[in-house]
Design a protein around this ligand. Structure first.
Ligand SMILES: [Zn+2]
Length: 244
């Protein structure tokens, strides 16, 4: 069982885009926040590609407008959930890659925030029962890969990114890892009491979801109930959880 209960209640959540965390783990984040956890959300991209597929104005002005709108929506969602802060790494949307530069940015925040818990997207694709096209956005895979590489070994190893150590950012060992959308699920969080907060936090992402929010709400509630059924609770979010 976990030996991390006496450690500081600090969590860091890393995702590619605004609304990724709300879809995957808002119920869990709201629950942890109620339990006294300080949760820091890192959004890797600038979200500038968040327009409709058939959008015709893809100018820099349009992209900037989407970025500004989606950041405001993400901050509003964070407030609803009770997050401590939201940090945007402003990497180009749609082009995220698990580069050493992205890893360094994440290590910088890990060493500054000193989280006990880390939650991120899966770097791996799920092929069973069938490959779901929309489920594995390349930015999500990249965010997951960069985050796990930043956690181990770079955050805890002063020999990695020595320039960070020279800045005074000392190595920090993250103790728990939660991966959403992982091919192997071994952990659930009961979100019965925070499912409504999850729905409200998703509603904050109006530019992406407002046009068909009723259908999204139904899908989210069905999904939470289906996950919950496997664990005898009314609603759940599921993860692969491991300790470091
Ligand atoms: Zn996304």
């Amino acid at each position: 069982m976990s030996n991390t209960t006496e450690l500081p209640k600090i969590a860091m959540v890393v995702v590619a885009h605004p609304d990724d965390a709300e879809f995957g783990c808002a119920g869990t984040m709201a629950k942890w926040a109620r339990d006294g956890w300080a949760i820091h959300l890192i959004v890797c991209t600038d979200a500038s590609g968040g327009g409709a597929d058939d959008f015709e104005d893809i100018s820099d002005v349009a992209r900037h407008h989407i970025t500004v709108t989606r950041k405001a929506e993400q901050r509003a969602a964070a407030k609803i959930i009770g997050l401590r802060e939201v940090i945007f790494l402003d990497q180009p949307d749609g082009l995220l890659a698990p580069t050493p530069d992205l890893r360094r940015m994440l290590v910088r925040h890990m060493r500054r925030i000193k989280p006990t818990r880390l939650l991120c997207q899966s770097p791996d694709r799920t092929w069973k029962p069938i490959y779901a096209i929309g489920r594995h956005h390349p930015d999500h895979l990249a965010a997951g890969a960069a985050t796990i590489a930043a956690m181990y070994p770079a955050s805890q190893n002063g020999w990695d990114f020595p320039e960070l150590l020279r800045e005074g950012l000392r190595p920090h060992k993250v103790r728990e890892l939660y991966v959403m959308g992982a091919p192997e699920i071994n952990h659930f969080e009961d979100i019965t009491d925070t499912l409504d907060i999850k729905i409200e936090s998703l509603r904050a992402h109006a530019s992406q979801l407002a046009a068909h929010f009723d259908a999204i709400e139904k899908r989210i509630r069905d999904w939470a109930a289906t996950n919950g059924k496997n664990y005898d609770v009314a609603a759940a979010e599921v993860f692969h959880r491991t300790e470091n």
